[in-house]
Design a protein around this ligand. Structure first.
Ligand SMILES: [Zn+2]
Length: 225
């Protein structure tokens, strides 16, 4: 209403403001709209990664208060992704297993309302996704992960902790420790060969490259199974 009054003062035609608002409005699918989209394109289905790739380890930080928000964001510690993303992750996991490593997932599909919550807490789109666009996590197309040694189950040393806002977290940040450099290189190489692209400011964040047409979703985990 404030916006409309302001537009009238400026003499901007109301129809222009309304059409702009519609253009800017993000298409967020609820459960019903999502189920309809899956009927049309079965590949859009979100599947449970722990059930489909039993060797992966889950450490879902947003299901605990041990994350940058210090709040429990998810009611369940689960990881979901669209079918082609899960298939690409399976290919990557098979390669890692040959090297004696396993994927450990910190976060995968993230309901849109969680992205809105992150923005409300941080308020800076340099560090969290803008609610105007949503995140690729909201599309079930991004995975946050690291590697563990399959024998010791310990995480491989990486340049920073998960969700660090420091410059050292950048995917191409200089690393002096050769072991850490090797671990980050292996992580990025294997995932790149499997169809993912690393986020330039987060070594742990990987976007699947075949997600055109996959919508932002807002469905809590408990409604997915
Ligand atoms: Zn991420």
């Amino acid at each position: 209403m404030k916006q409309i009054k302001f537009a009238m003062i400026l003499g901007i035609p109301l129809f222009a403001l309304v059409s702009q608002t519609i253009e800017n409005k993000l298409n967020v699918l609820d459960r019903t709209a999502y189920e309809l989209s899956v009927k049309k394109v079965p590949n859009k289905k979100l599947i449970n990664l722990e059930q489909n790739i039993p060797s992966v380890i889950l450490d879902i930080k947003y299901a605990t208060p041990k994350n940058f928000t210090k709040q429990v964001i998810y009611q369940e510690a689960k990881a979901f992704a669209r079918i082609p993303v899960a298939e690409a992750l399976t290919r990557a996991q098979n390669e890692f297993l040959k090297l004696g490593y396993s994927i450990k997932i910190f976060d995968a599909y993230r309901p849109y309302s969680a992205t809105v919550k992150f923005f409300e807490i941080i308020g800076d789109t340099r560090y969290v996704a803008s609610p105007k666009t949503g995140s690729r996590h909201n599309k079930g197309c991004a995975i946050d992960l690291t590697l563990v040694d399959t024998k010791t189950k310990k995480e491989l040393p990486m340049p920073t902790e998960y969700d660090s806002f420091r410059k050292e977290a950048w995917a191409e940040a200089p690393v002096s420790d050769p072991e850490i450099l090797k671990n980050r290189t292996t992580l990025i190489q294997v995932l790149s060969n499997s169809g993912f692209k690393v986020n330039k400011s987060e070594w742990w964040h990987f976007d699947y490259q075949g997600c055109a047409g996959f919508e932002v979703l807002d469905i809590p985990f408990e409604e997915l199974e």
